[in-house]
Design a binder for this molecule. Structure first.
Ligand SMILES: O=C(O)c1cc(C(=O)O)c2c(n1)C(=O)C(=O)c1cc(C(=O)O)[nH]c1-2
Length: 247
């Protein structure tokens, strides 16, 4: 077998195995959410905290582009920012997330203010932005590869929310439907780039480490949410209190 092809295949299989073991689709909070087990407060807490992730994604992609010297790569990468920010009239993913916020009974201005976001959510998400700004480019790209696993969770989420919650309709869930189209193009480019550039065992390890770091920070956000709003229900100082920011 051609050696170059088998090295790429082996690395791709290694990265996919990290997702199989560690991606946040396995987190108990997601099981609760997708199976209809969340109370309205728990859904609202998820929407508020997840917005902090959403609005930091363009910051991390802008940080990425600020260090990317290859115009072809920047041309490819910039659609990630456009997907989230969109145009003045239509908006993009961020505005779609605020539609979801309204649908679950929250004031979108409250959600956009980022008040009440759990400290652990901030720590985890801010660490992602810093990671992409500071680490070698290979790791900055590899850390985005959790998106390999995102279409599956988005499809499960659309199905689960539609089946179990009254607020769920096409308008409320349009964020996830758009991601089903957007994520595959991003990840096809990112994966090919990582497979091309991780051309030594050390670089393969670096790529795998970056993906583990990312799965950890996604998992940590849900641990914080679960601990504050499900079990034991200990909301840390500064965390959203049910009822705040209601529409
Ligand atoms: O709903 C999810 O579980 C989920 C996960 C991820 C991810 O794996 O990081 C992203 C998204 N959604 C998402 O919507 C999104 O725009 C996104 C961008 C990125 C990234 O790292 O650049 N991840 C994700």
């Amino acid at each position: 077998m051609n050696k170059t092809i088998s090295r790429r295949d082996a690395l791709e299989a290694r990265l996919r195995a990290i997702g199989d073991e560690r991606y946040h689709d396995k987190h108990p909070f997601h099981h609760l959410l997708h199976s209809g087990g969340c109370t309205q407060d728990q859904v609202q807490a998820w929407v508020i905290n997840r917005y902090y992730y959403q609005c930091s994604i363009p910051l991390k992609d802008a940080a990425f582009m600020s260090r990317c010297e290859d115009p072809d790569m920047r041309r490819n990468w910039r659609s990630r920012i456009v997907d989230h920010d969109g145009g003045v009239d239509d908006g993009g993913g961020l505005r779609r997330w605020l539609k979801l916020s309204e649908a679950v009974g929250l004031d979108p201005d409250y959600v956009a203010s980022r008040k009440g976001v759990l400290p652990a959510t901030r720590f985890a998400v801010d660490a992602y932005v810093r990671y992409v700004r500071d680490k070698p480019l290979l790791q900055a790209v590899a850390s985005s590869l959790t998106e390999l696993f995102a279409p599956k969770i988005h499809a499960e989420r659309i199905e689960g929310l539609l089946a179990h919650y009254d607020f769920a309709d096409d308008r409320a869930l349009s964020y996830f439907r758009h991601r089903l189209k957007e994520a595959p193009k991003d990840v096809a480019y990112g994966l090919a780039w990582v497979l091309d550039h991780a051309d030594t065992p050390e670089k393969e390890d670096m790529a795998a480490e970056a993906l583990i770091f990312k799965t950890d920070l996604l998992w940590a956000q849900l641990d914080a949410l679960h601990s504050a709003y499900v079990e034991p229900g200990r909301i840390p100082p500064g965390g959203w209190q049910p009822g705040e920011g209601a529409a």
